[in-house]
Design a protein around this ligand. Structure first.
Ligand SMILES: Cc1ncc(COP(=O)(O)O)c(C=O)c1O
Length: 405
């Protein structure tokens, strides 16, 4: 059989892929560290990190080696068996956190789905079936399964899919009085992102998180931290809750955990986990040896004092560069976030739309994300090099010159 040479372009996406995305016009074909290259060989500096995922950059040599080695040993066994990489990874997650039990899944939404089901199950079994209300926050994002998207606080993502799951209510982020008005003995859980990522890189205040903890204790509700975007070094600590001295009952991780290999985890205490028995929840791929071997290595590399303080230094450097850019172009009202999850909030009266700024940036060879309506989001690799930061910001400046002046 003669194989036809297939030409792959951005148009191929429109012809073949369900249009739930609108990818940019170029197709990345290669990545190394914080740089990627498209089909034409054009090079870009990547401040998107695959939406806060490629925590160690593209094709990190240690992760490459681990993945290659594991691929020769064992790929998949299912949860009929356990496996060594999953147990090693669980050991590390438990020893570095408040948690005693781990559930592995494949995506952020699945980790949150497990967290919300666990909170409901725990409360129904421990207290009564009426104790099933989940309080979440407007503007939050917890994934795209129907349960997680309904818990999320942006109805644009959950409308028009038919009847939504009941027992979910929303309070205002960083406004404890709205939680006080809603919480009662029927509340089973409060779920919060320590920094609302997708919603606009909005950090929770320490006092807000502390008061949530107090309210949850008062009403025997579980406090769930969605650290899918903030976890595994992104904020300068291995887990973002360690910045606040507030310990959740359940914590979810994904994104940076696998450095690009799909894996997620839900962590909880022995007490909460004690209600679970075989068959209550599950997934075929969760705890896959390939994913767990990579994630173990990601944690080994990130969880050192030197690496985590490097995140802080890189964060300061990027913010310094953004402030210099802002002095010249006067386009941000605020630069916020923590560690390497940074949001630059655009003024409402600038002459360019946010997507135009991103497109001009692509043309100059630098990649950013958006968040909320008007925030340029940066979630680069945690090991991005200083020279990539400087060069990337130079390219951003060039893009703004073309876009705004
Ligand atoms: C805070 C948060 N939770 C959950 C999710 C969903 O993760 P996934 O897309 O892997 O399902 C995301 C993804 O952006 C997220 O930022």
């Amino acid at each position: 059989m003669i194989s036809k040479k297939i030409s792959i372009t951005r148009d191929t996406f429109d012809q073949l892929i369900l249009p739930v995305y609108n990818p940019v016009s170029f197709i990345p074909v290669k990545g190394k560290g914080s740089r990627i290259w498209d089909q034409e060989g054009k090079e870009y500096i990547d401040f998107s990190g695959g939406i806060a995922v490629t925590s160690l950059g593209h094709c990190h040599p240690v992760l490459n080696k681990i993945l290659k080695n594991q691929s020769k040993i064992l790929w998949h066994v299912s949860n009929v068996f356990t496996n060594e990489p999953a147990l090693r990874l669980a050991k590390k997650l438990v020893s570095f956190s408040f948690a005693s039990r781990v559930f592995f899944a494949n995506s952020g939404a699945e980790a949150n789905e497990a967290a919300f089901k666990l909170a409901r199950y725990y409360s129904c079994k421990t207290y009564n079936t009426k104790k099933n209300i989940i309080i979440s926050f407007y503007n939050s994002f917890h994934g795209r399964t129907f349960f997680t998207v309904s818990v999320g606080g942006q109805s644009k993502y959950s409308d028009n899919f038919g009847p939504k799951p009941k027992g979910i209510i929303h309070a205002s982020f960083n406004n404890i009085n709205t939680v006080k008005n809603l919480i009662n003995n029927n509340t089973c859980a409060v779920v919060v992102e320590p920094i609302q990522g997708e919603g606009g890189v909005i950090p929770a205040s320490i006092s807000f998180l502390k008061e949530l903890r107090t309210l949850c204790d008062k009403y025997n509700a579980l406090l769930i931290f969605d650290e899918i975007q903030t976890g595994i070094g992104r904020t300068g600590k291995l887990f973002s809750y360690q910045n606040y001295d507030v310990i959740p009952d359940i914590l979810t991780l994904a994104k940076s955990l696998g450095g690009g290999f799909p894996i997620s985890a839900m962590l909880t205490t022995k007490k909460v986990a004690s209600i679970i028995s075989p068959g209550v929840h599950g997934t075929t791929y969760g705890g896959n040896p390939l994913a767990c071997a990579v994630a173990e290595s990601v944690i080994d590399i990130i969880n050192t004092k030197k690496f985590l303080s490097g995140v802080e230094k890189k964060s300061k450097r990027i913010i310094r560069e953004l402030n210099i850019i802002n002095k010249r172009f006067k386009l941000f009202t605020e630069i916020r976030g923590q560690g390497l999850l940074i949001g630059a909030v655009l003024k409402s009266n600038i002459s360019c739309k946010i997507n135009e700024i991103l497109n001009f940036s692509f043309l100059e060879g630098v990649i950013f994300l958006t968040a909320g309506n008007n925030v340029i989001r940066l979630a680069p690799s945690l090991n991005i090099r200083e020279r990539d930061i400087i060069e990337g910001m130079k390219r951003f400046s060039n893009a703004l010159e073309k876009c705004l002046l």
